[in-house]
Design a protein. Structure first.
Length: 36
């Protein structure tokens, strides 16, 4: 696997994680860890 392929896969993975966090509301929890 070339560096560019790895970078593309990593970017896609990060995008998937971001979408998942947004959909589950975990993004808000991670953004404000002080809130119980």
């Amino acid at each position: 696997m070339s560096g560019s392929e790895l970078g593309a896969a990593d970017a896609e993975l990060m995008r998937d994680i971001s979408i998942t966090l947004r959909e589950t509301g975990l993004e808000d929890a991670l953004a404000s860890p002080e809130v119980d």
